[in-house]
Design a protein around this ligand. Structure first.
Ligand code: PLP
Length: 433
């Protein structure tokens, strides 16, 4: 099959490279691990996006997660347009913040008080500061394979050994910061026990993605997450669920409700803003009392709780909080994934699909995958071929084999059937001898 025409995108990319490092404003957009150069997107509607060359794609990237209702949702667009007529930022409270907070707190058993931020990174960074301020301790335990945004103390990867101080995974992060972050493997109770034994009185928090979904989909056993919760409680440390990707995705109450486990602090982002920049962290009244101006943990934001962003969140969450929204979405997504699995099994392809709710991930392996270490980097060559073949067939996935795909409420059987057919064809090419 001939490659689709990407001349206009290529031209825009030549320009953008002169303005931005790598031509992009966030690195994973740069198509470094797939064929070709980035598609420049002109518009989106429902399950579709169109690039600058006029190519139409069924989109499973969903802006990396936020667009659970698909592109250009009419209810969100109307609410945003209405609110914008009254001005776009005041740096003073508005009723819209109360409205979005009420939608969240009334429908969520895991937060009593919240604070809005403008990104997921900011939410997590603030949650970490809160945990440190609340416990009076310094160290954070994080897991290899979990992404928590790009703040200094979280841009850290595992060193060698079971329990190690992190090594910075980015230039520009002082070693002293990384020394406060202990990085261990997922699905390993022994490492958790050992980390607490070594640093007992100085562990402020354990942070985990509710369901790790930023480095493949690394599904953890409920029993393991329960163990984390119990270990934190026993040691006077806080458990932070970073639900920036899973919050409002696997269900309105995210992974906490999925497991039935109560974290001490929760962070949200992505879906919460309906496609505009919103993040949030929340906890019990008692813990949140430590946030400024009530308490001594300082955290602020000029555009936090921005009215236009709040409007988008209100419109989105009003739809998501309706009965059966998640039952229907998840059933649709699971039927789609089951058909893909049946085809793969029938052909005997070396490929597994890991999935939860409306999230799915292609892993080119026959092994079970629970940790970052389980992923064979060489398998990404196969994703690369699949990605090219899918683009040529009008299907858009995030440009990295470590990224998950999302089914949205806007995907109908028409798009899902078309996508299935395209995926079958792409896989036949990937596995052609
Ligand atoms: C996306 C993501 C972040 C970072 O959010 P940004 O809005 O990109 O800053 C943090 N944690 C998790 C789990 C995420 O998926």
């Amino acid at each position: 099959m001939q490659d689709i025409s990407r001349a206009k995108s290529a031209e825009l990319y030549e320009k953008s490279k002169t303005y931005f490092p790598g031509g992009v404003n966030s690195p994973v957009r740069a198509f470094k691990s797939v064929y070709g150069t980035p598609l420049f997107i002109q518009k989106g509607d429902g399950p579709y996006i169109w690039d600058a060359d006029g190519n139409q794609f069924i989109d499973f990237c969903a802006s990396w997660g936020p667009l659970i209702l698909g592109h250009n949702n009419a209810k969100i667009r109307e609410k945003v347009t209405e609110v914008m007529q009254n001005g776009m930022s005041f740096g003073a409270p508005t009723a819209l913040e109360n409205e979005l907070a009420e939608l969240i707190i009334k429908n969520n058993r895991f937060v009593e008080k919240i604070r809005f931020t403008s990104s997921g990174t900011e939410a997590v960074m603030s949650a970490i500061r809160l945990a440190r301020g609340y416990t009076g301790r310094n160290k954070i335990i994080k897991f290899e394979g979990c992404y928590h945004g790009h703040s200094d103390s979280l841009l850290v990867k595992a060193g060698s050994g079971l329990v190690t101080f992190g090594e910075t995974s980015s230039a520009g992060v002082p070693k002293a910061f990384a020394d406060e972050t202990i990085v261990i493997g997922l699905n390993d109770k022994q490492a958790v026990t050992e980390a607490f034994a070594q640093f007992k009185d100085d562990v402020a928090a354990v942070i985990i993605e509710g369901i790790p979904a930023n480095n493949g989909l690394l599904l953890q056993d409920k029993e393991y997450v329960e163990f984390l919760s119990e270990t934190c409680t026993a040691n006077g440390a806080l458990l932070i669920f970073d639900e920036v990707i899973t919050g409002f995705r696997v269900g309105f109450e995210g992974a906490a409700a999925y497991y039935g486990i109560t974290p001490d602090i929760v962070t949200y982002g992505k879906i919460i803003g309906g496609g505009l920049p919103v993040g949030m962290y929340g906890a019990s009244n008692q813990i949140m009392a430590h946030i400024s101006p009530d308490g001594g943990v300082y955290q602020a934001g000029t555009l936090s709780g921005n009215p236009v962003a709040m409007a988008a969140g209100i419109a989105a969450l009003s739809i998501l909080s309706q009965p059966n929204f998640y039952e229907e979405l998840n059933a649709k997504a699971q039927a789609f994934v089951n058909d893909l699995k049946a085809y793969i099994a029938d052909k005997g392809y070396e490929l597994k699909i890991f999935t939860v709710g409306s999230i799915f991930w292609f892993a080119f392996t026959n092994k079970d995958i629970k940790t970052a270490e389980d992923i064979d980097p060489a398998s990404m060559e196969k994703f690369k071929i699949m990605h090219r073949e899918l683009l040529n067939r009008g299907i858009y996935f995030g440009p990295s084999g470590y990224e998950v795909g999302f089914v949205s409420a806007a995907h109908t059987s028409v798009e899902l059937d078309k996508a299935k057919q395209a995926i079958f064809e792409a896989l036949d090419i990937v596995f052609a001898k």
